[in-house]
Design a protein. Structure first.
Ligand SMILES: Cc1cc2nc3c(=O)[nH]c(=O)nc-3n(C[C@H](O)[C@H](O)[C@H](O)COP(=O)(O)O)c2cc1C
Length: 329
């Protein structure tokens, strides 16, 4: 790598193979958010990046979750809140699908076969058997912490590096203590002091000065997501780009779309939903609405994940954005 910048993995369509390859080619660490991809789609995406660059690649998955039981009453409440949005888009009434998440084991098998240089995991520690298998293949492992205690637990678990995610970050809270909203630089400093592991700092890093500050706090890399949301190579949809450019919405922490706390632009949907099902049920429940909303260009039903720095996202090529994040350029 020629610059201390990692592209934050962004599942759900924003992070494309073209974006990953462009960041790697520009000297950073490109990444793929693979959590919502089927094993075949994940394999295809990794191969697409490999066809575009022989530089390093990070793949990100969600740690396997115990799927919580949900009561018929909770389902009725959650579907009732969605119903008016379905009606407005002339969709059939919302129903909970049987399959609510991808199979982590099958995704991991693809990673072991395709061998990206790095696998990072969010929402929990890397399972011990996965860690051993990854190590045996020479794939570096990164855990995600939103607090010092999570970082210490990840260090204990034997990962090679830790992403520390501050409260300004766009997208889901990546640890397992969803209410931990640290200042990015403070948390990076604490974790860099408390563990010998390399730290990737994430959350609100939008400029070369921010990247330099993260390095001064002890981070090895800055992991940047929001600054790339408007990149030419990003998969960000047209209504999503317009909402970002508009700049008036502000961000909120919401469980409305997925059942898990995430930061995104405020929408009429985030205002209207008060009884989401727990993750990953709500994510599966809202998927048809989000798909239809993207087709109909209705930004207000989309999960417009964005960090607090979104007004500084740059509508240009990814290589240009990497250059703008590189200290001393
Ligand atoms: C659109 C979007 C999708 C994201 N998806 C993931 C993901 O799949 N896995 C993950 O670990 N983090 C994900 N994140 C969080 C990022 O990894 C990272 O913590 C965050 O983008 C850093 O803060 P910033 O957005 O202020 O740059 C996502 C963030 C955004 C904006």
């Amino acid at each position: 790598m020629r610059t201390p910048v990692a592209l934050a993995p962004m599942a759900g369509g924003v992070g494309t193979p073209a974006l990953a390859a462009a960041v790697t080619r520009a000297g950073g660490l490109g990444s793929l958010g693979g959590a919502y991809l089927t094993p075949q789609a994940l394999r295809d995406a990794i191969r697409e990046v490999r066809a575009l660059t022989d530089g390093p690649l990070l793949v990100n998955l969600f740690a396997p979750q115990t799927v919580p039981a949900v009561t018929p009453d909770a389902i009725a409440l959650a579907t009732a809140e969605l119903a008016p949005f379905h009606d407005a888009l002339r969709l059939s009434p919302p129903t909970l699908p049987e399959r609510v998440q991808e199979d982590f084991g099958a995704q991991l098998d693809v990673v072991l076969e395709e061998r990206p240089e790095v696998l990072s995991v969010a929402f929990g520690p890397v399972p011990p058997d996965a860690l051993a298998a990854l190590r045996a293949r020479g794939i570096l492992t990164v855990g995600t912490a939103t607090s010092l205690s999570e970082a210490l637990a990840l260090h204990e678990s034997g990962v090679d590096a830790i992403t520390v995610q501050g409260g300004a970050a766009g997208g889901h809270r990546g640890g397992w203590q969803e209410d931990a909203l640290a200042d990015t630089l403070t948390l990076a400093r604490e974790v860099a002091r408390a563990t010998p592991l390399p730290v990737l700092a994430a959350g609100g890093l939008m400029t070369a000065d921010d990247v330099r500050s993260a390095q001064n706090a002890g981070a090895t890399l800055a992991q940047c997501g929001t600054v790339f949301l408007m990149a030419d190579e990003a998969g960000t949809s047209v209504p999503y780009r317009h909402a970002l450019q508009d700049g008036r919405r502000g961000t909120v922490l919401t469980r409305a779309y997925s059942g898990r706390a995430a930061r995104g632009l405020r929408t009429t949907f985030t205002d209207a939903v008060h009884h989401p099902l727990p993750f990953p049920h709500q994510n599966a429940l809202t998927r048809p609405l989000r798909t239809a909303g993207a087709q109909a260009r209705q930004a207000d039903v989309l999960s417009l994940w964005a960090g607090t720095g979104y007004r500084q996202a740059q509508a240009t090529g990814a290589a240009q954005i990497v250059a703008s994040l590189t200290p001393g350029n």
